[in-house]
Design a protein around this ligand. Structure first.
Ligand code: ZN
Length: 316
């Protein structure tokens, strides 16, 4: 009898925790839904209520505390690219399930579900457009699609984007966010790191500009490849940027890590990123960087000097 009561007590305590956890996650989901459809948005950092319209006008940055809310790829493209200049690339590319992978549910079902829910084919949008009148090749990762994990489609779309940019002599901007490689695609997902990095090297060999913008969170295989290969690396304020998660590192080192570990601010201090730019200034900063870099591409004096030194080598 006592045993029974004890187990009932334990069970109800367990239920209470389970419910609490459940209500915690739904309130977070609800908050995110409110951003999408609601009239008001409550800031998860400072708690201030803002008109969603005002928040959108401020590029989803809290007007009170400057907290950068997550934005999807469509919103990001709207924020960065001049009106009526966006030309999407490779929209037809769709992921397959080569390993017939199954975790809690089959990978193919998960893909279908995600595609229906987000309207995306996979976790990145790529295209050509203009930033303040300057042509760019832009890739934007979307965290809604399986945590913006990098599978074959993300890798292939970014590689094709970079190759187009090299051909057209365009700068490349990639707005990064990712939970890491897409484990459901196994080795094929890891290969994308090398493939994108090789395309970037050819872009660099052509003396073209590449700027990754690291947003919250940028982790795993993306950090271990193209997120860190920029000529100039920009991060958004307070973005989490890292390879392995804090818990894994703490368990391995058996040490408590500092509070600001893996934040954009800490990375800036240690030279891993070049600057932290608030979202409201991002477009103009990118335009300035591109404009500054543009004349360096083919100034007549350099061409002349190269021709001269080439002819002197031939003469020797
Ligand atoms: Zn706030």
């Amino acid at each position: 009898m006592a045993n029974n009561e004890e187990s009932r007590g334990l069970k109800s305590l367990f239920d209470w925790f389970a419910n609490r956890r459940k209500s915690g996650s739904t309130s977070l989901e609800r908050q995110e839904r409110e951003i999408a459809d609601g009239l008001w948005h409550k800031c998860s950092e400072c708690g201030v209520l803002t008109y969603t319209k005002d928040l959108r006008a401020n590029q989803m940055v809290c007007v009170e505390c400057g907290h950068h809310n997550r934005v999807d790829s469509d919103e990001r493209i709207r924020q960065l690219i001049d009106n009526n200049t966006w030309k999407p690339l490779d929209e037809h590319l769709r992921p397959v399930d080569p390993l017939q992978f199954r975790d809690r549910k089959p990978y193919s079902d998960r893909l279908q579900e995600m595609q229906q829910k987000t309207g995306l084919s996979d976790a990145v949008k790529t295209g050509l457009g203009q930033i303040n009148g300057l042509p760019v090749a832009l890739g934007v990762m979307d965290f809604r699609f399986i945590g913006a994990s990098m599978g074959s489609v993300v890798g292939e779309k970014l590689t094709r984007l970079i190759e187009q940019a090299t051909q057209r002599r365009y700068p490349v901007i990639i707005v990064c966010t990712s939970g890491g490689a897409r484990m459901q695609e196994g080795m094929l997902s890891l290969m994308q790191m090398a493939k994108i990095s090789a395309a970037l090297q050819r872009h660099r060999d052509a003396r073209l500009l590449y700027v990754p913008v690291l947003t919250n969170p940028t982790t795993g295989g993306v950090t271990a490849s193209f997120a860190m290969l920029g000529d100039i690396i920009i991060a958004e304020p307070k973005a989490t940027i890292g390879f392995a998660g804090r818990r894994v590192i703490e368990q391995t080192l058996r040490e408590k890590l500092p509070e600001d570990f893996q934040t954009a601010e800490d990375l800036l201090k240690h030279g891993f990123v070049d600057d932290i730019i608030p979202r409201t200034q991002l477009k103009n900063t990118l335009a300035q960087l591109i404009a500054l870099h543009q004349p360096v591409l083919t100034p007549p004096s350099v061409v002349l000097w190269e021709t001269m030194s080439l002819s002197s080598t031939v003469a020797e």
